[in-house]
Design a protein around this ligand. Sequence first.
Ligand SMILES: Nc1ncnc2c1ncn2[C@@H]1O[C@H](COP(=O)(O)OP(=O)(O)OP(=O)(O)O)[C@@H](O)[C@H]1O
Ligand SMILES: CC(C)(CO)[C@@H](O)C(=O)[O-]
Ligand code: BAL
Length: 288
Amino acid sequence: MQICRDKQAMRDWRGGQGRVALVPTMGALHDGHLSLVAHARRWLDAQGGGRIVTSIFVNPTQFGPSEDLATYPRDEENDIALLRRAGCDAVFLPAVADIYRPGAQTVVEVTGLSRMLMGRLRPGHFRGVATVVTKLFNIVRPDAAAFGEKDYQQLAVIRQMVADLDVSVEILAVPTMREADGLAMSSRNRRLSPAERAAAPVLNRALDRAAQMVAEGAGLSAIRAELRRVIATEPLAQVRSIDIRDADDLSRIAIIQAPVVILLAVRLGEVLLIDQRVAHPKGVPDVR
Ligand SMILES: Nc1ncnc2c1ncn2[C@@H]1O[C@H](COP(=O)(O)OP(=O)(O)OP(=O)(O)O)[C@@H](O)[C@H]1O
Ligand SMILES: CC(C)(CO)[C@@H](O)C(=O)[O-]
Ligand code: BAL
């Protein structure tokens, strides 16, 4: 596996390759990330083969001033070993100064989608994400890039950016990998205390219950109340946001007539966890 520590090394390696799929990450890798690598491999195989690049870059511009940039988990040695074992072909590990040159003035912002939901909780977050993903696409020039459905709004932002700016990268959406007790895998799970970790599967339990209610034809306010009730069974869990939106464009809905996405942001101690579930009302087939 080729290790590229700056963008020139990445470009040099990329120049000699054919088809490439990119897996953008912030490191501290877990099986969820490795499922993105496996998904990228299946996509490449279906196209006749190619190489996988995983990027590891804790992107400062997507963290707000009071967020966890300084404490974000980092584990480079283990990440490299995991990627080698997973059959990744190259890893891109740039320094912040290599990605953000002094005097840079240009940003990429998906205006509508970035200002709602997590964008309200984390102002500027999706501008940072869209900007760094654009830069990664320009450096690596991938044919496809894999993103997890766990970060549902991020996936929507990237899809919108790619469509709006005519970026010729195919976006691969990968289902959420979970621990045996249902907790969505996340690098931030490492920062949970044992008691917080024990409480954390409540997000998945609440989402299961809400999806069942959607299928049974329940209304929005009853589903929201039930989500709050289930989460309140764990006193350590503090709800930051509960949203039920159109699954395609994340727009607000008055009644549930089409597939919806249920989005949760819940704080456990210092850690903000997110999870989501797409749910289908009775009689509306899953055609997504
Ligand atoms: N459990 C998971 N299953 C599938 N994909 C995942 C999972 N967790 C993260 N991803 C995806 O991996 C990519 C990189 O995410 P990132 O490095 O931020 O990891 P993370 O575990 O989501 O970390 P964080 O704790 O910041 O949420 C994103 O596309 C994200 O959606
Ligand atoms: C897509 C991403 C790598 C951009 O920094 C990040 O937001 C993430 O890890 O999901
Ligand atoms: N997985 C999303 C990256 C972030 O929380 O900043």
